[in-house]
Unconditional design. Structure first.
Length: 517
């Protein structure tokens, strides 16, 4: 036994030289150290698979909440969104599971490539997220310079105060949308800051008979004298009943941003002298309806032109959260009685604006208090970065509008048609494209409006309302966007084309001015 044991020991020493023993120990150590990496790679691809399932599930849930009539419609319209939110997550989940069945060496290579790609994608996301944004006002300054116009560097508030020092009792424009931006949220409802005798009011126009400071996209501040109800009209138009024509809309119809003599509304007024402009900035479709209900019966227009802007439905989200505005759609006979309470509402609004300017400085009504040369600082949301929201914005990949918004819009249009028919009037629907569609370098994402446009026009058409669609006309007749949009609003060419298109359609339909007495 001793010899056998000795022989066995001898064989071991012969077969396993010190160098072989060192190599085996190295292999053992390598195997021990490589196990965590192997596990990490496995967990990585399992995580990718689970992430793909999560994104797909979330997309399917959102699809069930959104406004697509059916899946075929989604497939035909939004192939990019379909690919990003449905096909890619499903493919990622399946592919990640299949990778787990491959050899370790192949998995390792795919792991390295995948991590490199992910790091690159999120590096781009962080770069975009933290990149300072050039303020829109700079584009306006540049447009003024290129046109050889002087640029007034004062803010709206500074200009208002300068007018007051000169003895002019001026005010900045302030209507429902702008004032609601300064309202308070209570129990999920948005409360207007304008109170009259402990009752909440939402002004639908500005302060009556006051010099009103509007905008400065041409480089100099524009002002107008508000009429008896706070709109941008000659006051005499309210003495005609019925009027031939009334136009309702938001900032463009209000007067943005050309002098009255060059504005599209003035071009229309040359043909229809008693036209009543019911436009005001910062409004959505629900405030259009409220304005029509409040002021329409005063003038009983034979023709109402409802000018829809592409962000009007988005604006309704805050409007429907206000009890006053929601009453216009939920209660058929509701009115605030704006013209009956004009003086009291004016007084409350002036008090609020004066106090705001005194206590909060340059933050008045949307002004950031930034100098024109300063980039807008960015606030980055971690979850937005995680969801690649900033990168998706660049490539215009968005979920679509919620169905409730379009349902509300359908109710608003139906009610507006009912109101106009109550005095035997006729309503036209003008689809006005977003100014940023022609804005070079704009970061505004347009894809989210494209699908909505299809539904909006369908709703209006089914209601039997004549449509004047400006988007294809603008694309065809104005290939140079800088001639159309100097900032976020139309320039001279845009105003001219708007007026010409609307007036031509009215003439074709036999809508002509009343004879002058």
């Amino acid at each position: 036994m001793a010899k056998a044991g000795h022989f066995f020991s001898h064989n071991i020493r012969i077969n396993y030289c010190p160098c072989e023993g060192g190599r085996n120990r190295a292999d053992l150590i390598h195997n021990i150290l490589s196990r965590p990496m192997t596990n990490i790679i496995r967990l990585f691809f399992i995580f990718l698979s689970v992430s793909g399932i999560f994104v797909l599930g979330r997309s399917l849930y959102k699809y069930s909440q959104f406004s697509y009539p059916d899946f075929i419609d989604l497939l035909q319209f939004d192939k990019l969104g379909l690919t990003v939110f449905y096909v890619l997550p499903a493919a990622l989940s399946i592919s990640a599971l299949l990778v787990l069945r491959l050899e370790a060496a192949v998995r390792k290579k795919l792991f390295i490539h995948s991590v490199t790609i992910i790091i690159g994608i999120y590096a781009a996301e962080l770069y975009i997220a933290f990149k300072p944004v050039k303020p829109a006002i700079l584009y306006q300054v540049e447009a003024a310079k290129s046109a050889g116009r002087p640029n007034d560097a004062r803010s709206r508030q500074e200009y208002v105060m300068a007018l007051r020092k000169a003895g002019i009792d001026a005010y900045p424009y302030a209507g429902g949308g702008e004032l609601l931006d300064h309202g308070n949220w209570t129990n999920g409802r948005l409360i207007s800051p304008i109170m009259v005798e402990n009752q909440q009011f939402v002004p639908l126009a500005g302060i009556s008979k006051k010099p009103t400071v509007l905008c400065k996209e041409p480089g100099t501040w524009l002002t107008y004298l508000a009429d008896r109800y706070g709109f941008n009209n000659p006051d005499y138009v309210w003495d005609t009943n019925p009027v031939q024509l009334s136009i309702i809309g938001d900032s463009f119809i209000h007067g943005y941003c050309l002098p009255n003599e060059a504005h599209a509304m003035q071009q229309v007024r040359r043909i229809f002298p008693n036209m009543v402009n019911l436009g005001f900035s910062g409004r959505g479709a629900l405030q259009y309806l409220a304005t029509l209900i409040e002021y329409g019966p005063l003038i009983r227009p034979k023709v109402v032109i409802w000018v829809h802007y592409e962000n009007d439905i988005e604006d309704m989200k805050s409007e429907i959260s206000n009890d006053v505005l929601s009453n216009y759609i939920n209660h058929k006979n509701f009115r605030q009685g704006m013209f009956e309470h004009q003086k009291k509402v004016d007084a409350a609004t002036m008090k609020y604006i004066n106090n705001f300017m005194k206590t909060r400085g340059t933050g008045l009504l949307g002004e950031r208090g930034l100098k024109f040369s300063e980039p807008v600082p960015t606030t980055v949301d971690f979850f937005n970065v995680l969801a690649l929201r900033y990168l998706r914005n660049v490539f215009k990949v968005y979920f679509k509008r919620e169905q409730n918004d379009l349902n509300l819009f359908k109710r608003v249009i139906s009610r507006a048609l009912e109101v106009v028919k109550s005095w035997n009037g006729k309503i036209y629907f003008v689809y006005r494209p977003l100014g940023h569609r022609g804005y070079p370098g704009s970061s505004v994402v347009l894809r989210k409006y494209d699908y909505e446009r299809k539904n909006v026009l369908s709703i209006v058409e089914r209601a039997g309302i004549p449509i004047i669609d400006l988007l294809p006309i603008f694309k065809e007749d104005l290939p140079e966007p800088w001639n159309l949009f100097p900032g976020s609003h139309y320039a001279h060419a845009g105003h001219n084309l708007f007026a010409d298109t609307v007036l031509k359609r009215l003439k074709i339909d036999g809508v002509t001015p009343d004879p002058v007495n």
